[in-house]
Design a protein around this ligand. Structure first.
Ligand SMILES: C[S@@+](CC[C@H](N)C(=O)[O-])C[C@H]1O[C@@H](n2cnc3c(N)ncnc32)[C@H](O)[C@@H]1O
Length: 207
């Protein structure tokens, strides 16, 4: 993973406004409310909108990302909302999470770089307790067409950075699937997710 990639995200998060807003993602909000609070890990959590929401609901929250600027804004958002989150900056293989530590893992637009994506998913699988839940929403491969029509909807511009239903089944084989779908979504999230897109949604319970 290059310095250039990290800088790209730091530059985005150096802007004053929250890139994807301060409200949680709609799908995440709906799903998390159905779970009993416990420990949750957020991958690629950026400026913390989902992590802070979970903390407000009473979850013990940890998050990671490569962006120090994202971390700063996430901690600021947590403070403003009188909650605390534990936010780690670094590469997942070097971070010290315990196996079977978490009751839930949230991957919301966690478009990890394609060469490490499956490896990251395998590590995350180990960090989830048996019976724990993954909540996942990210752009699907069909999204490229939507992005071409309306660049303001955002998302990766390369097909390898996007997801298919098969990618999810392959990377998360040991789960009972509660939801797995490819669907259109209307996004109104801050400056960079605006308009109609195509996403993969997955909710799975680890066996
Ligand atoms: C589209 S943003 C999503 C942020 C957040 N999950 C949200 O929904 O608001 C993608 C995030 O992935 C992070 N990211 C990219 N590569 C990463 C990596 N290798 N490890 C951790 N985070 C990464 C970026 O820094 C960025 O914050």
């Amino acid at each position: 993973m290059t310095e250039e990639w990290k800088k790209r995200w730091d530059d985005r998060y150096q802007e004053k406004a929250y890139a994807y807003g301060v409200e949680p993602n709609d799908f995440f909000k709906h799903q998390i409310k159905q779970l009993q609070e416990g420990q949750i890990l957020f991958g690629a959590e950026g400026e913390g909108r989902n992590a802070v929401y979970a903390a407000q609901l009473g979850w013990k929250v940890e998050a990671f990302d490569i962006s120090t600027e994202g971390q700063k804004k996430a901690l600021h958002l947590a403070k403003e909302n009188n909650v605390s989150i534990d936010y780690h900056v670094g590469f997942l293989p070097e971070l010290d999470f315990t196996d079977e530590q978490f009751d839930a893992i949230a991957l919301i637009y966690a478009h990890f770089p394609p060469p490490v994506r499956s490896e990251y998913h395998q590590i995350l699988n180990q960090k989830l307790k048996s019976g724990g839940t993954i909540i996942f929403e990210a752009f699907s491969k069909k999204h490229l067409e939507y992005r071409e029509r309306n660049p303001k909807v955002g998302g990766p511009a390369n097909i390898e950075g996007l997801f298919s239903l098969e990618d999810i089944k392959r990377d998360f084989p040991d789960y009972d699937i509660e939801l797995l779908e490819e669907t259109e979504v209307e996004l109104n999230e801050g400056l960079y997710h605006n308009g109609t897109g195509s996403v993969i949604r997955f909710v799975g319970r680890k066996r």
